[in-house]
Design a protein around this ligand. Structure first.
Ligand code: NAP
Ligand code: MG
Length: 462
């Protein structure tokens, strides 16, 4: 795989001062496919300085010009879409068709949406005798995970640039190559030097140095709750703004009037997609007791179909973690109806599509984010019971409700403590605000709500 041996700093690829490297591994065959720099604190400092120096110029650039650069960025991503898909397949292990349809296509749509929003957004408004200006927050630290490696980058960098902020990105150590392709696209789009900077590196080194840097005004983080909590505490102490996209344990609520087969099949597909490495995945399926046995049978059949069509997990640590959860589910008394902890292949970080029945709400597999192809099917007595179970975790990122009547599903969804709910299989909307209630996060990404995260207001009175 093609890789840059530098970090993208102030408009050019430059050697990292640290001299350290990261081995990038293909999770299908466990082979090292590339090496990239593992930046140190000095590299991060240089990147933040470049971003600070570029801030006044970019913040003063007319929104129409920022929109033009974002439009060019979208085109530069389109020009690389095949390379993006192949790269995500190589470093994440996602099947190529999924990389094309999701990992490459969604970020292109999101970049395009911010080209439009930058052009149309009212960066100035009148409120009585005041004029209110929406000004950029400043220098943004973007720290991203590996599960949707380009989407998560674009969902932060595109609105930040649209707002007039400058950015230092620290992508996940497992997926730095697609972040390098993104930096190439930014460069080709004619974004001025220093406005966007890329430091590949390790979380506890480069990530931490970036989150703690006094030259950063806002930290936007997506990843684990544990790291998110540390970042929020550090940012809080420094009175820095913070946006967090953390975990989820979303409920797929199938009401008795729903089309059961459709709800179960879509629900299983939702969990198995990206090998279960999706923070918004509907990992708890809630079924009425009268339909429970039928639903479990449908889920078993559906999971069996995914057999060898899903990719591996990203690395050995995630594979071991997910296998550990499956063992814990069995130990706590859940009934395995598909898959299991035994890896399906000798080589590669694969886990079999797994379905647990007889899961009760207090079990670990019903409470904790597993981040693998593991579905828990829970039984409910009545609608109130379903609501208690649905709302009974620390998370609240996404969810689904299925019912014969849309109004019935909407009424239930309104009572769920969660940031997004898909009604009867509603389609993904790249403009809809995405983010968590409760411990799933702080702030929103995508669309106009995502743009607002990178703006602060100033009012002038007349
Ligand atoms: P993670 O460690 O939270 O990784 C997210 C990002 O934070 C990566 O860029 C990571 O760098 C960086 N990071 C790690 N420690 C840091 C620190 N002390 N300061 C600043 N940045 C730091 O997540 P993970 O270890 O890859 O995955 C563990 C679990 O997190 C998963 O099993 C899943 O439950 C959850 N997760 C959730 C999401 C989501 O979309 N909400 C995404 C990924 C993972 P490195 O890459 O070097 O670690
Ligand atoms: Mg980590």
């Amino acid at each position: 795989m093609k890789a840059h041996d530098g970090i993208y700093l102030d408009g050019a690829w430059r050697p990292a001062l640290s001299g350290e490297v990261i081995d990038v591994v293909d999770p299908v065959d466990e082979q090292v496919i590339a090496r990239v720099p593992a930046a140190g604190a000095e590299d991060v400092d240089a990147a933040v300085r470049a971003a600070r120096a570029a801030l006044p110029g970019w913040a003063a650039t007319a929104p129409a010009e920022r929109a033009a650069r974002l439009s060019a960025l979208r085109d530069a991503l389109v020009a690389r879409k095949d390379e993006i898909a192949e790269t995500v397949t190589a470093e994440l292990g996602a099947p190529l068709a999924f990389s094309q349809a999701v990992h490459a296509a969604v970020p292109i749509a999101v970049a395009g949406s911010y080209a439009d929003l930058a052009a149309r957004h009212a960066f100035e408004e009148k409120v009585g005798n005041s004029t209110v200006f929406h000004e950029p927050v400043g220098v943004v630290a973007a720290i991203t995970p590996w599960n949707y490696p380009l989407h998560q980058v674009v969902a932060k960098v595109a609105p930040a640039l649209a707002a007039g902020c400058t950015v230092v990105l620290k992508p996940a150590e497992d997926t730095p190559l697609v972040a390098q392709l993104f930096a190439e696209a930014v460069h080709d789009a004619g974004v001025p030097a220093g406005v966007f900077n890329l430091v590949t590196g390790l979380g506890p080194v480069a990530g931490q140095a970036l989150a703690e840097h006094p030259g950063v005004d806002l930290v936007s983080f997506t990843g684990s709750t544990a790291v998110g909590r540390t970042i929020a505490a550090t940012a809080g102490a420094a009175i820095k703004k913070v946006a967090l996209e953390l975990g989820g344990k979303s409920a797929n609520v199938i009401l008795p009037s729903a089309d059961l087969a459709k709800a179960v099949n879509v629900g299983v597909a939702n969990v198995m997609s990206n090998s279960g490495q999706t923070c918004s995945a509907w990992t708890r399926m809630l079924v009425h007791r009268d339909q429970y046995d039928e639903a479990v049978e449908l889920a078993r059949t559906a999971a069996a179909k995914y057999g060898d069509r899903i990719g591996p997990l990203v690395n050995a640590k995630q594979q071991a973690r997910v296998r550990g959860y499956i063992e814990k589910g069995v130990a706590e008394g859940a009934r395995l109806v598909a898959g299991g902890a035994e890896p399906p292949r000798e080589r590669g970080y694969f886990v079999s599509p797994t379905v647990f029945a007889d899961v009760t709400p207090e079990m670990t597999v019903a409470q904790e984010e597993i981040f693998g192809p593991v579905l828990s099917v829970l039984r409910y007595e009545d609608e109130e019971d379903a609501l208690r179970i649905a709302n009974g975790t620390v998370y609240g990122l996404a969810g689904a409700v299925w019912a014969g009547d849309e109004a019935e599903a909407v009424a239930f969804a309104r009572r769920m403590d969660t940031g997004q709910v898909d009604i009867n299989g509603g389609r993904f909307n790249p403009l809809a605000p995405f983010g968590g209630y409760k411990q799933s996060g702080v702030g929103r990404e995508l669309g106009a709500h995502g743009l607002a995260e990178y703006l602060q207001t100033k009012s002038l009175q007349f």
